[in-house]
Design a protein. Structure first.
Ligand SMILES: *Cc1c(COP(=O)(O)O)cnc(C)c1O
Length: 358
């Protein structure tokens, strides 16, 4: 069966590179983003590696993910808001003091039960999620009336990868939000919540700026996702880190043929051989969440062997007759071929693909 190999040494290497870039004094501010099955890598598997590395804070997608790793972290934040829909999982999460719910609207604040530990999302200019800064006072009123426990206030910078001023404008906007939150906490006699704002690329870019702020205005956490998995998608003029992809996809041989020049392979015979060649099929395809390789695409395995279009749902045709091949160990070539980013190639991989930690 095809499997995803997770390299624990690469994970630690990436952690050390991130730590070095953010500074040892910021070690406790590093939170790992484990949402969407740890970007397709396996939630439990990556959670275990993070725990062993000493990371105590993580971010997941929903209640189901939070419960799966509930015993492994001191702080678990559910980033996205479907939590009310599954009442059983919701009750279970509410019982656990280490699980927090992100809320992104005044309506959501009104719907969560008393005592729920929440992190309030505020829009700082990405215009995607979060209440507007003008609504902060109203949000605090609801939080107090309803008896919600305000654990955090956060926002998301949508420009971390891009060379330009928007990134800094958004940093400034979040600073103003933090100032307003501190005033409201004083007014409503609430403890100061933790602040967080930056993902992988933004953290690396703004760590010095954050360090330079007065202590109470600093972000308390960095939400690091893609860098842990070994990628950064920043403009090349920005900070460069030496990261190593942690996942490689391996597949096993199904059948082998010695084919004559001119033979055609697979659906519609899309690939025609230019010489006599050994061709084998391997047991992974778009049914496993891999993108569908089609006409005009030149993708090769790690060993340099051509993957012949078109890919099938459950198999790929590849040159040679090796028992096992590494379909990728760095998804950037796949991302480029499909006009997307490594995140999408990885997050598509099905949770059912077995994981092997090495
Ligand atoms: C996914 C996500 C992150 C992590 O982003 P990376 O670019 O992978 O580091 C951080 N914050 C939020 C809210 C996210 O949804």
């Amino acid at each position: 069966m095809a499997y995803l190999q997770i390299n624990s040494h690469h994970f630690l290497h990436n952690y050390r590179a991130i730590l070095q870039a953010l500074g040892a004094h910021n070690a406790s501010k590093i939170g790992i983003v484990l949402k969407d099955n740890a970007y397709g890598h396996g939630l439990k598997e990556i959670a275990q590696l993070a725990k062993e590395a000493g990371i105590t804070t993580c971010f997941v997608k929903n209640t189901k993910e939070a419960l799966e790793i509930a015993m492994m972290f001191q702080h678990i934040t559910i980033l996205y808001p479907q939590s009310l829909e599954d009442t059983e999982a919701l009750q279970e999460c509410l019982k656990r003091k280490n699980i927090y719910f992100c809320l992104s609207s005044l309506e959501a604040l009104r719907l969560y039960p008393k005592g729920a530990r929440i992190e309030l999302e505020v829009n700082s200019g990405m215009n995607r999620n979060g209440i507007q800064p003008q609504s902060l006072k109203e949000a605090f009123e609801v939080i107090c009336q309803k008896g919600l426990e305000l654990v955090g206030v956060f926002s998301h910078n949508g420009f971390g990868d891009d060379f330009g001023s928007e990134f800094y404008a958004q940093n400034h906007e979040f600073l103003e939000i933090k100032r307003a939150v501190l005033k409201l906490c004083c007014h409503y006699d609430l403890a100061k919540p933790r602040f967080h704002f930056l993902s992988s690329s933004g953290s690396l870019r703004a760590v010095k700026y954050n360090d330079s702020l007065p202590l109470e205005l600093q972000d308390n956490l960095f939400r690091i996702g893609i860098a842990f998995y070994g990628y950064l998608c920043q403009d090349s003029r920005l900070c460069r880190l030496d990261l190593k992809p942690i996942a490689s996809l391996w597949a096993k041989k199904i059948s082998t043929y010695l084919l004559k020049k001119g033979s055609k392979i697979g659906y519609s015979g899309t690939s025609e051989l230019e010489e006599d060649m050994l061709i084998s099929s391997y047991d992974v395809g778009y049914g496993d969440g891999l993108f569908r390789v089609r006409e005009g695409m030149e993708l090769r395995t790690k060993e340099g062997l051509r993957i012949y279009p078109r890919a099938s749902m459950d198999c790929l045709s590849i040159q040679g007759d090796s028992e096992e091949l590494c379909i990728f160990e760095d998804v950037r070539a796949w991302a480029e071929a499909f006009g997307t980013i490594p995140y999408e190639i990885l997050a598509h991989l099905h949770a059912t693909i077995p994981k092997k930690i090495v």
